[in-house]
Design a protein around this ligand. Structure first.
Ligand code: NDP
Ligand code: OXD
Length: 315
């Protein structure tokens, strides 16, 4: 029952192999590029694998994504027809909510302005500070991450709404759903937080038309975008144009159309853009290798896998 690890991009095979060996002692754990018996591979562990890497493994039973998102797997036309499992883990969820609350508070408390004032030695304490309850945060995607972020934003006192594909009921959160819920959701949103998966339905959703429907009359000094979902959800040229014409007051982006963000991207130097390097919620090998080991033990004990991806939905 060999486990094949293929971790690329911002993840590193070696760290995952070490943790998986710790969690699953006695198992053979191999990486792509070294010789191994393809018939012995029962499980694959993947992040941004080269397409086709998991074809020709006749006994493959399941593929584990090293992240919550799975578009990196589903876009492989040669992905074997076996269960795909994703990360649902308290450690990752807590990290994402920290990111969302951090940036919502940064916007609420006008932190960039205070940093500029400090640099210029300006002592100016006027009455521009809205209360959290007067600032409307809208969370796109009310899944594992979005629901937790929405709850924590509520705890901080924000006026929180959310939008999802199917209808939801979440305490203290105004929930909108589906195509018909999108415009009413956007029109009551000052800070838009995107935690959607990248699917054929959501690709490019953060475009000029969507940004133009955000609230213009809010207490946060204009509309703000925080995208920690996927870069493929956003049209960067539209975000830049929206910043230029005042549709957007700021953009905080953890994910990009091309990653790493190219050195010549105008986003890097834009005074109202905050760039973070796709690290809103990293997958910790300590936490996630344990999750994979539990899933394998469950499966081998005859129990169903958890956190299965619905391939037809794309998430
Ligand atoms: P979930 O699958 O739990 O939730 C996805 C949510 O998006 C659900 O509420 C779902 O609606 C909603 N959704 C999907 N498609 C649509 C649509 N067409 N219209 C409206 N709503 C839609 O995912 P997670 O919360 O675990 O993760 C979300 C994403 O966050 C990941 O896919 C990944 O891309 C990103 N991520 C980014 C990280 C980073 O470091 N930047 C780290 C981890 C994840 P419904 O509830 O009705 O199904
Ligand atoms: C994820 C990610 O999907 O890190 O978990 O982006």
């Amino acid at each position: 029952m060999t486990i094949l690890v293929v971790a690329r991009g911002n993840m590193d095979d070696a760290a995952w192999v070490e943790r998986l060996r710790h969690e699953l002692p006695g198992r053979e754990i191999v990486v792509q590029g070294e010789p191994f018996d393809r018939r012995a591979v029962h499980y694959a562990v993947a992040w941004k694998h080269p397409p086709g890497a998991f074809a020709g493994l006749p006994n493959l039973t399941a593929i584990f994504s090293l992240g919550a998102g799975v578009e990196h797997l589903l876009m492989d036309p040669r992905l074997p027809d076996v269960p795909v499992l994703r990360v649902v883990d308290g450690d990752l969820t807590a990290r994402m909510s920290e990111y969302v609350v951090l940036h919502a508070l940064r916007i609420l408390r006008q932190h960039e302005l205070l940093v500029r004032q400090q640099r210029e030695r300006i002592w100016l304490d006027d009455d521009r500070q809205p209360a959290a309850r007067d600032v409307r945060v809208g969370v796109m995607g009310l899944g594992v991450l979005g629901a937790d972020a929405a709850a924590k934003l509520r705890t901080m006192g924000f006026d929180v709404a959310g939008w999802s594909r199917t209808a939801k009921v979440l305490p203290g959160v105004a929930c909108f759903a589906g195509a018909e819920g999108l415009t009413p959701f956007l029109s009551r949103t000052d800070i838009l937080v995107c935690l959607l998966p990248l699917t054929p339905d959501t690709a490019g959703i953060i475009d000029r038309s969507l940004l133009g429907r955000l609230a213009k009359d809010g207490r946060a000094g204009g509309a703000h975008l925080v995208n920690a979902g996927r870069g493929g959800l956003q049209v960067e040229a539209d975000i830049l144009a929206a910043l230029e014409d005042g549709t957007l007051a700021s953009a905080t982006l953890d994910v990009f159309e091309t990653e790493p963000l190219p050195a010549d991207s105008p986003l890097w130097g834009h005074p109202r853009v905050t760039v973070t390097p796709h690290n809103a919620a990293m997958s910790s090998p300590h936490a996630i290798a344990g999750l994979i080991a539990r899933q394998i033990r469950r499966h081998e004990a005859g129990e169903p896998f958890e956190h299965l991806v619905d391939r037809s939905r794309g998430y």
